[in-house]
Design a protein around this ligand. Structure first.
Ligand code: AMP
Length: 405
């Protein structure tokens, strides 16, 4: 990899600012799911085992008012991290100031400190000033000054945004390196985008064409097949002149859909049938209908049908690299989850056959977790938005700002 990684750094005796992604679900101080904390452990442990003095930064939630700060302190996260690490984590309930500086300067080799939620800097004295989210130059410089001229960024989930706690710190140190998680993301997504083992198939689903159209366009230049599923497929169907009933539809994207279909030819693989329902409910009346026959009035397509599942399976049967983002239907309702779960199962087969499979986005990740197959796939990306922007071919500021080897 062209960027410095944590193993390139001399850590002993050094104060090391680290950006981690501890943006976990928290309700009344109770952490709903600590996956993200667990995922950051290898890099944190590496730093501590190499006698570094870790200064952890993370955001938690969104903060636009003083009120928002209540309930979004990282204190419960520091406590959980301490349990997972089996050592004390010194939590400082501030994002700057004398108490923080004294705590940092009191750290000994192998000790770890956690700074309060970086987004507390977005609201100062009740005013929404966005110092963290707006990458305020003074703030990044200040946080960098707490360390010894080096920085580790292990938060891929925010890599598509330039904030003070990633780009800001990185721009003010001599050595800014990727942590192990970040390194893995760059390796898997980077290889898929720039150097995939072919055939390379991408599967893009979800609700809206407008959200994913740039990804589809970019992938059409890189992949051998781009499979479309989910609600976004119906705008393509409408562009073909098929009846779509009351399915999701974006009128202003019809021309674009037509253009893409013309350009892509058989590279673009669309569903050929749907599970159509008369209501958005598990108790709905449903019918399986062919796309060409059209969805009856009063019905909407809520999942891909069995013929589409078979068609997609045939494409995936020979694939050696697969990237998947977005569900094939309203998978939250069991009645419309078949298509999404079938794709998850297919990805396991691709992986078992020696292929590389990469899943990004909260919904597709939830689907593979529901199936219990997450650990049978090559890589589950920790950043939905960041992985999409990476696939679009956009430079990610959090990665760009790391030091070249
Ligand atoms: P996205 O955030 O764009 O990946 O969209 C995910 C959402 O799209 C999920 O909540 C799905 O329930 C929804 N979705 C997928 N397929 C359909 C469909 N055919 N009709 C309506 N919503 C859908």
């Amino acid at each position: 990899m062209a960027k410095l990684t944590v193993t390139d750094l001399e850590l002993a005796g050094k104060k090391v600012p680290m950006r981690v992604d501890f943006n976990v679900p928290i309700q009344d101080g109770v952490i709903g799911n600590d996956n993200r904390i667990v995922a950051a452990l290898p890099t944190i442990k590496y730093v501590l085992e190499h006698n570094g003095r870790a200064i952890l930064f993370s955001h938690l939630g969104r903060i636009k008012t003083e009120e928002d700060k209540k309930g979004l302190s990282l204190a419960p996260v520091a406590k959980r991290l301490s349990e997972l690490l089996g050592q004390d984590v010194l939590f400082v309930p501030h994002t700057r100031g004398a108490e923080l500086e004294a705590a940092v300067n009191g750290l000994k080799d192998g000790q770890v400190l956690m700074v309060e939620n970086t987004r507390f800097e977005d609201v100062i004295n009740g005013e929404y000033v966005k110092l963290e989210s707006g990458n305020d130059p003074e703030l990044g410089k200040y946080w960098a000054s707490l360390g010894d001229d080096l920085f580790i960024n292990d938060a891929f989930g925010t890599a598509h945004r330039a904030h003070a706690s990633n780009v800001g710190i990185a721009s003010n140190v001599d050595q800014a390196a990727a942590g192990f998680l970040m390194e893995k993301e760059i390796k898997f997504l980077g290889d898929a985008v720039d150097n995939p083992v072919r055939p390379f198939a991408a599967i893009i689903g979800g609700a809206k064409v407008s959200d994913k159209i740039d990804v589809v366009k970019s992938l059409l230049n890189k992949a051998d097949k781009v499979i479309i599923g989910g609600g976004m497929a119906y705008t393509f169907d409408a562009a073909k002149g098929n009846k779509i009933g009351k399915s999701l539809f974006e009128a202003d994207k019809v021309d674009l859909a037509k253009e893409l279909m013309d350009e892509a030819g058989d590279k673009l693989v669309l569903p050929i049938d749907s599970v159509a329902a008369d209501a958005f409910s598990n108790d709905a009346k449903t019918e399986v209908v062919d796309a060409a026959a059209g969805i009856p009035d009063g019905y909407m397509g809520l999942d891909i049908g069995p013929k589409s599942i078979k068609l997609f399976q045939d494409v995936l049967a020979t694939a050696k690299t697969v990237v998947w983002n977005g569900p094939m239907g309203v998978f939250e309702l069991p009645k419309f989850s078949k298509g999404t779960l079938a794709i998850g199962e297919d990805l396991v087969k691709v992986t078992e056959n020696g292929g590389t499979t990469i899943v990004g986005g909260g919904d597709s990740t939830a689907a593979v977790q529901k199936l219990g197959v997450a650990d049978k796939l090559s890589h589950i990306s920790t950043g939905g938005g960041a992985s999409l922007e990476y696939l679009e071919g956009k430079p990610l500021p959090g990665i760009e700002s790391l030091t070249n080897k």
